[in-house]
Design a protein around this ligand. Sequence first.
Ligand SMILES: *Cc1c(COP(=O)(O)O)cnc(C)c1O
Length: 351
Amino acid sequence: MSSQPRAIVHLENIVANWRTMAALNPKSTTAAVVKANAYGLGAERVTATLAAAGCDTFFVAYPEEGAVVRKAVGTGHAIFILNGPAPSTMHLFRTHGLTAVLSSEAHVALWADARDVPCALHFDTGMNRLGLPTSALETAGDALRAMNPVLVLSHLSCADEPEHPLNAAQLDAFSKVAEAFPGVPASLANSAGCYLGRDYGFQLTRPGIALYGGTTPPARIRLQQAVTLEAEILSVFPVKAGSPIGYNATFTAPHDMLLATVGLGYADGILRSASNCFIGWLDGTPCPVTGRVSMDLITIDVSKAQAAAKAGRRVEFLGPHAKVEDQAARANTISYELLTGLGTRVERFYP
Ligand SMILES: *Cc1c(COP(=O)(O)O)cnc(C)c1O
């Protein structure tokens, strides 16, 4: 077996999380957002498994990603391309049966020649990032309806802050969009949006990160960890009190310690901001990172796990003890960045 770091992807937990999200809005279709290689966990395996479990709608950012999903799920599932079409990618929409999400005037203009390709319309209801302005409903409502969109959607900017007034404002603005397209399914909620209540559910929800065990859902909702990230101990050694550890000596041993150096680093996606604050779990014992994360190596304090501290043993950096949301917070980032940053050197396993 390789000594490279490995990510064990728990496909059954991703399915369980998808069902948990679906149960929040039982009357809506629950899609799966699988952009960025299913948040780093492997788009082909994740989408094939979700499709087998009954998920029939997928979202990715690019048509190239959509082609991967199409190959994995076969025909009959809807695959939406959030970043929309370009003249150079139109052939991919036709070849792979993808649905274009149109979010600008230029996208809409492109559709004059592409009426055979199904489209969705993305409206900006207050995030000011991507989407047609809602004022387009007044100036071009009939033309937009005549495009026969299969879905209208918008995206929440503050769904992870339930008390934020923008949530209600966006809900209100999007309700008007939905009303302007009678009979067309509408979609507003990402993962955190699904926690805001059924008003936000409309006909289709778009959870991403929750499927992969991220977000901090309300207490009544339980998500499973979707990935266990493990890396191997390369060496174990004692240090005396006062010893400087790692690049730039950012950690000084406060007392005599037993340290272990592990084969995992920022090239694998363990951000340098995890220096001196990340935790690895050895045999269920938390072992804090000492010093800087370097490209291929990380050093941890195994003083409390001496019996298990042997070269070749694996340390958990994500998983049942090391929850992705908590580890991300330790590294001053979010679960999305941690998961999508997992490097290509991390071998993905699907037990
Ligand atoms: C990424 C994305 C989602 C999924 O968001 P999560 O917070 O991961 O659930 C949904 N909709 C759009 C438009 C997105 O870009």
